[in-house]
Design a protein around this ligand. Structure first.
Ligand code: F6P
Length: 375
């Protein structure tokens, strides 16, 4: 007996593709939704996984968690079923219970065929890919090749188009803002310049938010090339007013007016990104010389995406997970769950991965009037 809802039904013998809706053939397994997390981890990932699992089970689906992002699907398709017990309380924890990787199946010989074969072998009727520009870029290509995929936007960098905010960003901003705020005491005590290097390769969202919230005196972003002379001038003006410490919030991807980004290593990952790092150290040395004042630097690094998610990220992740599952149920593949204002909506995956969302000029100008001022 075939049981189906009143919208769509899959009839295997006629090879009609499933377009959403639940179908149960008595005695056979239910439809199965697979979930994977890819790219750098972001606080809130587990909230999305829980949101998907709870919603999918309430709709009558089985859920399977795929391990280590695209890398897992390229290898043996390591996975495990997800049920309510397994996702209990995970939403308030950091990292991802599924593991993650920065692997690009399109850069591996026969990679795409391998991914498709493993999805078929694991009987995945639909896949929810949770990731940033890279992971969702792969998802978008796979969708165009006929895989039933829905995306969920994730990155602490908040640089993904199509959504107002990505989860993980709020947690990262809180961590960076607290670090800046705390660094005031030691910088002030020692009368030092303190450069705080903050994550963000191409977009300075975390830096500009943390700088405002944590009270930095100068903000350097990838979107706006910096001038060492201008920074020196602000520090010297502070010195003249008897302000003997200066905190500089600098994105790891900030670029000096003359020269290139400071690279940590020449090698690139599977998505063509170079590893950044070293800006804080170089700038601190340069400013010490130019300003005649001791300077130190702090690299916040992976601490910014470690630990428990903020309440905002738990709620956003949960709502995105629920929405992505609804999209699967409605057969709306090639879409991405997204935040628009206070609403969770769906947008075209293709558009979301097309261009990076960077900090607009107007916001940069708004922030700049606070340079050099004590909060
Ligand atoms: O993509 C998020 C991010 O945290 C970036 O801000 C940072 O440049 C990068 O990941 C670090 O990547 P990895 O974890 O591979 O060192």
């Amino acid at each position: 007996m075939i049981v189906y809802d009143d919208r769509k039904v899959y009839i295997p013998s006629l090879n009609i593709p499933w377009q959403g809706g639940i179908m149960t053939i008595t005695g056979s397994k239910k439809k199965q939704i697979a979930v994977l997390t890819g790219g750098g981890d972001a606080p809130g990932l587990n909230a999305v996984i829980r949101g998907i699992t709870v919603k999918a089970i309430s709709l009558g689906y089985d859920v399977i968690g795929l391990k280590q992002g695209w890398a897992g699907l390229l290898e043996n398709g390591e996975s495990n079923p997800l049920d309510l017990d397994q996702v209990a309380s995970i939403h308030v924890t950091g990292g991802t219970i599924l593991g993650t990787s920065r692997t690009n199946p399109y850069k591996v010989d026969n990679g795409v065929e391998q991914v498709k074969a493993n999805l078929k072998r694991l009987k995945c009727d639909a896949l929810i890919a949770i990731g940033g520009e890279d992971t969702l870029g792969v998802a978008n290509k796979l969708f165009k090749e006929g895989v039933n995929i829905v995306g969920v936007p994730k990155t602490i960098d908040n640089d993904l188009s199509g959504t107002d905010y990505t989860f993980g960003f709020d947690t990262a901003v809180n961590i960076a803002a607290k670090a800046i705020r705390d660094l005031h005491t030691t910088a002030e005590s020692h009368r030092r310049i303190m450069v705080v290097e903050i994550m963000g390769r191409h977009a300075g969202w975390i830096t500009i938010h943390a700088s405002i919230a944590g009270g930095a005196h100068i903000t350097l972003l990838p979107e706006d090339k910096f001038d060492v002379k201008e920074i020196t001038k602000v520090i010297k003006q502070r010195q003249a007013k008897g302000k003997h410490h200066t905190i500089i919030a600098a994105s790891e991807g900030a670029i000096p007016k003359e020269g290139d980004m400071v690279l940590q290593a020449g090698e690139k990952d599977a998505f063509g990104h170079v590893r950044l790092g070293g800006l804080g150290e170089r700038l601190a040395k340069e400013l010490e010389k130019e300003c005649g004042q001791e300077a130190r630097y702090v690299v916040l690094g992976h601490l910014q995406r470690s630990g428990a998610p903020s309440a905002f990220d738990v709620v956003l992740g949960t709502r995105l997970g629920v929405k992505a599952t609804e999209l699967v149920d409605q057969g709306k593949f090639g879409r991405m769950a997204a935040l628009k204002g206070t609403e969770i909506v769906d947008v075209d995956l293709n558009k979301a991965v097309g261009t990076l969302k960077i900090v607009p000029k107007e916001f940069i100008a708004e922030e700049k009037i606070f340079w050099g001022i004590d909060d």
